[in-house]
Write a protein that binds this ligand. Structure first.
Ligand SMILES: Nc1ncnc2c1ncn2[C@@H]1O[C@H](COP(=O)(O)OP(=O)(O)OP(=O)(O)O)[C@@H](O)[C@H]1O
Length: 566
């Protein structure tokens, strides 16, 4: 298990590094900047030593001025190059964010529909933004400085050995100590980041659920209980985050102490060498400056483990999401006019252990109208979801024109259907945009669709007419009006097969009667599959099926003319 995890992490690390390889030119530019900065900073301690030994100790103002100006010149070059390096770095960081963001968005559009049944939108959003943000940290300065660190360490060691190899041994002492600390703390941090991610996910899932259920919370006075729950869970999460951040704080403090330990040891031995004439005072000052070049980057280099410990749990989750199964999109093309018939052949379906549909068998030909009735939870909507390929049968086969539906290109296949459902989702746009779904339409086309769906009167009563915005998921319109918008959309799309899943469940009696008339007259050439609980809607249907205990049974004429709402 542990080994498996390690292999996954290794694979993911390779993937991350591969994604960085797209930015060869930028990384090359940054490396060049670092090379120049390394060269100038390599020379700076030598200049400081000259100011001390040849300038201050020999009271030579000319030397002090010359070397000070040189030092200032180097600093100016370093800062200018720093600006160029920042530009390149930000370019890489933005590209990486955009790349991950676009990959994730595309995946969300293609991932199997079941993914959305397991998590609410808040949870998905939180999970994705956290993971993308964390993984984008690979383009963090800390990691980008990797090359600079290595260069600094090499140049620093050359400088140190040049001044005194004995003192250099003191500096080398830092490596095993820092290595041991980084290993210990990074393992701890990885576990803590994992725990934080899990807990934060659970909280955002709960939070999303709470926002969606705000009406019920107010109606049933659940505010106090919900607030208590929130505080309890948020406290737990904050404790975990505190623990995680404490690991970084401990690491920083130990780093600081280690730095001072080395500095004190250098003063001790350096002071001894000055007293015994083994080294000049300027030499000791230069040595201590060089030692900072080496100890800082060594710490930072070994801290990479800590940075990756923060990134890896998110990277593992993000890449496993990106590897998740997608809807199969490729296949044969089909045009709407080519549709002849659809057939369910012994189709069975189960949600986990629960069998919903058992050996469903029926055929529908072009122009036929079929009604499906059945008790709540009998599986009617599930049957539609199988039809539009949101779900896949566990057994059996659904055929279109004698060919399994998965053999068709999904885009073409879905273009055969128009859907009006009981819980239609409307975007927070205008009524026009919700009906046209981005398609350019003539005003009279829109007007006709509104008239047929019974929406005209409502639209005329609005201050902005068809341009009126309707809020998140149509929060500013009624249930019946929502269904009429969905119906107008389906009419305009003019698809050969129309699926009506309790399409009039929220409509008034008059609108419901208009709808029945619409099916009989305007939609007489369309193939219609209608789920309904209202017997009045059965008028004009060619055949009626009842779904009961997972089985689909054809019912006869006795169903027509029954009272409303069975
Ligand atoms: N994602 C899911 N996981 C587990 N069970 C599910 C899931 N979705 C639906 N179900 C169950 O499957 C059964 C069929 O649901 P479906 O929505 O197809 O019924 P329906 O006939 O359309 O019901 P209604 O008339 O109430 O709209 C129900 O018992 C439901 O609880």
């Amino acid at each position: 298990m542990e080994q498996n995890m390690k292999n996954t992490e290794k694979r993911i690390l390779q993937k991350i590094l591969k994604s960085m390889s797209h930015y060869k030119w930028e990384i090359g530019g940054i490396t060049l900047c670092y090379l120049i900065v390394t060269a100038t900073s390599f020379l700076s301690p030598i200049l400081i030593a000259q100011i001390t030994d040849k300038g201050m100790l020999q009271k030579n103002m000319q030397m002090i001025l010359t070397f000070s100006l040189l030092l200032l010149g180097f600093a100016a070059v370093e800062q200018l190059i720093g600006i160029g390096e920042s530009r390149l770095f930000l370019r890489i960081r933005n590209h990486i964010r955009l790349q991950f963001g676009a990959d994730v968005f595309e995946k969300l559009l293609k991932i199997k529909y079941s993914y959305y049944k397991e998590s609410n939108s808040n949870e998905i959003l939180e999970r994705i933004t956290t993971d993308v943000d964390r993984v984008s940290m690979v383009a963090d300065r800390g990691i980008m400085y990797l090359v600079q660190f290595v260069l600094r360490i090499i140049s620093g060691f050359i400088g140190l050995c040049y001044i005194s190899w004995k003192l250099t041994l003191v500096v080398i002492l830092i490596i095993p100590i820092k290595f041991g600390l980084a290993k210990l703390l990074s393992e701890k941090k990885k576990k803590k980041v994992g725990a934080c991610i899990t807990s934060s996910n659970q909280l955002s899932s709960w939070y999303g659920d709470m926002i969606n259920g705000i009406r019920e919370i107010r109606m049933w006075n659940l505010q106090y209980a919900k607030k208590e729950h929130y505080i309890k869970e948020q406290k737990k999460l904050l404790e975990l985050e505190k623990d995680m951040e404490m690991t970084d704080a401990v690491n920083m403090s130990l780093d600081g102490f280690l730095e001072w330990l080395i500095t004190c040891l250098l003063y001790l031995f350096g002071g001894y060498l000055v007293c015994t004439n083994g080294l000049t005072i300027g030499g000791v000052i230069a040595f201590i400056s060089y030692s900072k070049y080496v100890t800082g980057p060594i710490s930072a280099l070994l801290d990479m483990k800590m940075i990756f410990a923060g990134i890896l749990p998110s990277a593992v989750r993000l890449y496993s999401f990106l590897d998740d199964d997608e809807e199969s999109g490729e296949g044969d093309p089909i045009r709407p006019e080519q549709f002849e018939e659809m057939e369910f052949e012994n189709v069975s379906f189960a949600y986990e252990e629960k069998k919903i549909l058992k050996q469903i068998h029926f055929k529908i030909k072009r122009g036929e109208k079929i009604a499906i009735i059945g008790k709540n939870g009998s599986g009617k909507t599930t049957l539609f979801q199988l039809l539009i390929r949101l779900l896949e049968p566990a057994e059996g086969m659904i055929r279109l024109n004698h060919k399994e539906i998965s053999a068709y290109q999904i885009k073409d296949y879905r273009n055969l259907f128009g859907l009006v459902s009981q819980d239609v989702y409307l975007f927070a746009d205008s009524i026009r945009d919700n009906i046209s779904l981005g398609e350019k339409l003539e005003p009279d086309q829109m007007e006709e669709a509104c008239k047929k769906s019974g929406l005209s009167e409502f639209v005329q009563s609005l201050p902005n007419g068809i341009s009126q915005t309707i809020g998140k998921n149509g929060s500013k319109v009624s249930g019946g009006e929502k269904q009429k918008i969905a119906l107008a959309r389906a009419l305009l799309k003019n698809r050969p097969i129309i699926l009506l899943d309790e399409a009039t469940s929220n409509m008034d009696v008059e609108s419901d009667a208009d709808f029945t008339r619409l099916i009989k007259e305007e939609l007489k050439d369309k193939t219609i599959l209608m789920i309904t609980h209202r017997y009045t809607n059965l008028e004009g249907m060619d055949r009626i099926f009842e779904l009961s205990e997972g089985r689909l049974v054809e019912r006869g004429e006795e169903m027509h003319g029954k009272d409303r709402n069975h």
